[in-house]
Design a binder for this molecule. Structure first.
Ligand code: SAM
Length: 306
């Protein structure tokens, strides 16, 4: 049986079997594959790297979206950067407060591929009248955006390498802050793994702290990424870690069309619990603010390398 072998850092990684590559296409940007695996069901890979799998995807999508959407006082306008599979858009649109959700994805082929072969992930979100899909570079879109009325910006991006590298810099985060409406606006993004990539974790945290005064982190094990993963929530005043389980329950009832599969009230509290590995990672000697002039992460490596 063929195996997908992914390095989490140069010295360790994980594997899973695949029974079949069902579809493989080459877009202008990347190789897009759909594979069938006994462990995760259907899996979407970009350039051989696992992006999303049917089994357990809610652990990632809900943990990235729900804290931002519940903590903001009234999230009506949302920008999603990346996220071509539609999982983040799906979660955003379960919120009845949302009037408009713009999604900016670099590669139109990821959207059409996901719609055709993995429709369970977007679950109709691309056809929602509140959704507006823009094909283009997320950084250019944000920099050129005259509209400064986004309540929440959620970045669902490939790891910082190649076309996504310039979306992890201080300069880019400052542009995200500019398009958020007021200090209560929230920026959510994944923050790498504090266990597998402590230097990258420290870099993202330090870079966000340069721009936003309130930066909170959540952690959960994401089986399709083979390790403990982190989620960052940055804002001027909104503290996504401060909701009580009772608040989470009432807000879910008031704002959501359906209950989460994963991020229910007690789990919401649990993912914001202090994570010793993350605290230790912040002392990593290579942790630094990532800037445009030096945007390569100190621990960058080839996940498929020998
Ligand atoms: N959850 C996944 C992960 O963490 O591995 C990410 C999934 S999502 C499919 C990532 C998307 O980011 C891809 O569809 C990719 O095309 C898109 N992307 C990469 N660089 C981008 C850029 N500069 N602007 C907008 N989208 C970008």
């Amino acid at each position: 049986m063929k195996k997908i072998i992914e390095r989490l850092n140069p010295h360790c990684g994980f594997f899973y079997d695949i029974t079949k590559v069902l579809v493989r296409v080459r877009s202008a940007w990347q190789t897009i594959e759909l594979a069938e695996s006994p462990e995760f069901g259907k899996v979407l890979l970009l350039d051989g790297i696992t992006q999303v799998a049917l089994k357990g995807e809610e652990r990632y999508h809900e943990s990235l979206v729900i804290p931002a959407m519940l903590s903001h006082p009234d999230p009506q306008r949302v920008l999603v950067i990346g996220g071509g599979d539609g999982g983040v858009l799906r979660e955003v649109l379960t919120f009845g407060t949302v009037r408009n959700a713009v999604m900016v994805e670099l590669d139109e082929a990821v959207i059409s591929f996901s719609k055709q072969y993995m429709p369970e992930i977007s679950a109709g979100a691309f056809d929602d009248p509140r959704a507006e899909i823009v094909v283009g570079d997320g950084r250019a879109y944000v920099e050129q955006c005259p509209d400064t009325s986004f309540d929440v910006v959620i970045m669902d991006m490939t790891d910082p390498f190649g076309p996504s590298e310039k979306l992890y810099t201080r300069e880019f985060f400052a542009q995200v802050k500019r398009i958020l409406r007021g200090a209560e606006g929230v920026f959510a993004m994944h923050g790498e793994s504090p266990i597998a990539r402590p230097a990258a974790y420290a870099c993202i945290e330090k870079t966000l702290r340069k721009v936003f005064s309130c930066v909170k982190s959540a952690f959960t094990y994401v089986p399709m990424y083979g390790t403990l993963w982190s989620f960052k929530f940055a804002s001027g005043t909104t503290d996504c870690a401060s909701l009580s389980a009772k608040d989470v329950g009432s807000l879910l009832n008031a704002r959501c069309e359906r209950m989460p599969k994963y991020c229910m009230p007690q789990t919401y509290k649990a993912i914001f619990a202090p994570e010793p590995a993350a605290i230790e990672a912040l002392f990593h000697p290579e942790g630094r603010v990532i800037e445009d002039r030096r945007s390569r992460f100190p621990d960058a490596f080839d996940p498929q390398g020998a």
